[in-house]
Design a protein around this ligand. Structure first.
Ligand code: NAP
Ligand code: GLV
Length: 321
């Protein structure tokens, strides 16, 4: 019998694979910045024991039903909304993700995005580089204060709490909404549990770190933006589909809210075809929440450990429950 086979859907550093070369037959999509075509993914999935996937790969009934040997799908992300969990369960395929190892890095990015949006850092950078800086002026690129303001976090989980810790360092008032209360965060950070409605009406910064599910899809809709303060800044580092982007666009254009910082979009990659990208009061990032070299390397290693664990019969380190 040959070695178990693994297919990796995006180019990752070869040296991270060398440890497993004797054990597995490993094949990889050779492009780093181009997604594997669906047809190739389906074909590869038909014969392999393990898949290492990224967010743009849809792991659904169609794929799973034709993947007779597949035992494990290790998603290179903590979010797994690209995977049909019940279909995986039905086909006996273990799904793993990368929790914890990216929380601090993603919180760093989330807070940096909040700061960049509030203090107009990107605009200011362009201003200098495009030779527009002619003189100092009292309100030149004046933005919004962060310290002592109220931050409202939707999704006070691993990353949400890491953001709250950063907010505490800025003397912010912390509010959060989850389906269940986080007593530790309330005690340690002074975070105040709020209804979703109160979070929207009371916060100066509203940060979305909630997973994309049927319940949270479009949770930031027209009504939600109408409830926010006209001075509010909306930050989304979770998934684009938690937002009704047409409603956000309207809210930003009409002055219903002041600005937005977006790391994630409904359609990714996003570019000038998305009208949000063209707005001056929006800071856009290309879904780089966990993108530090160290964290991405740790995430890839964790995916490989998960694949190895399942195929060798020792179990996954971080299975999705
Ligand atoms: P987590 O620890 O599971 O936290 C998620 C939190 O959301 C939990 O506290 C959960 O609390 C709450 N929640 C879930 N469903 C909810 C609902 N319907 N209403 C209100 N609250 C709800 O997850 P995490 O590790 O912090 O990651 C969160 C998300 O961040 C991921 O799913 C992913 O989409 C996103 N992410 C993005 C990037 C990026 O690059 N931008 C990087 C990493 C992660 P309850 O269960 O009590 O409701
Ligand atoms: C990235 O978006 C993740 O879910 O890890």
């Amino acid at each position: 019998m040959g070695k178990p086979a693994i297919y990796i859907t995006r180019k990752v550093p070869e040296d991270l694979l060398s440890k497993y070369e004797n054990q597995f037959s490993i094949k990889m999509w050779e492009k780093e910045d181009e997604r594997v075509p669906r047809g190739i993914l389906l074909k590869e999935a038909e014969s392999v024991d393990g898949l290492l996937t990224v967010l743009s790969d849809q792991i659904d009934e169609d794929l799973l039903t034709n993947a007779a040997n597949l035992k494990v799908v290790a998603n290179l992300a903590v979010g797994y909304d690209n995977i049909d969990l019940s279909a995986a369960d039905k086909h006996g395929v273990v799904i793993t993700n990368t929790p914890d190892v990216l929380s601090e890095t993603t919180a760093d990015l989330g807070f940096a995005l909040l700061m960049a949006t509030a203090r107009r850092i990107v605009e200011a950078n362009e201003f200098v580089k495009k030779d527009k800086w002619k003189e100092w002026a009292p309100y030149l690129l004046a933005g919004t204060d962060i310290h002592h303001q109220t931050i409202g976090i939707l999704g006070m989980g691993r990353i949400g709490e890491a953001i709250a810790r950063r907010a505490a360092g800025f003397n912010m008032n912390i509010r959060y909404h989850n389906r269940s209360r986080k007593m530790e965060a309330e005690k340690n950070l002074g975070a105040v549990y709020s209804s979703f409605e109160d979070l929207l009406t009371e916060s100066d910064f509203i940060v979305s770190v909630v997973p994309l599910t049927e319940e949270t899809a479009n949770i930031f809709n027209k009504k939600a933006f109408e409830m926010m303060k006209s001075s509010a800044i909306f930050i989304n580092i979770s998934r684009g589909a938690v937002v009704d982007e047409a409603a956000l666009l309207e809210a930003l254009k009409s002055g219903e809210i002041k600005g937005a910082g977006l790391d994630v979009f409904r359609e990714e990659p996003a570019g000038s075809e998305n009208p949000l990208v063209g707005l001056q009061n929006v800071v856009c990032l290309p879904h780089i929440g966990s993108a530090s070299v160290d964290t991405r390397t740790t995430m890839i290693k964790l995916c490989l450990e998960n694949i190895n664990g399942v195929i060798s019969g020792n179990g996954a380190k971080t299975p999705v429950k």
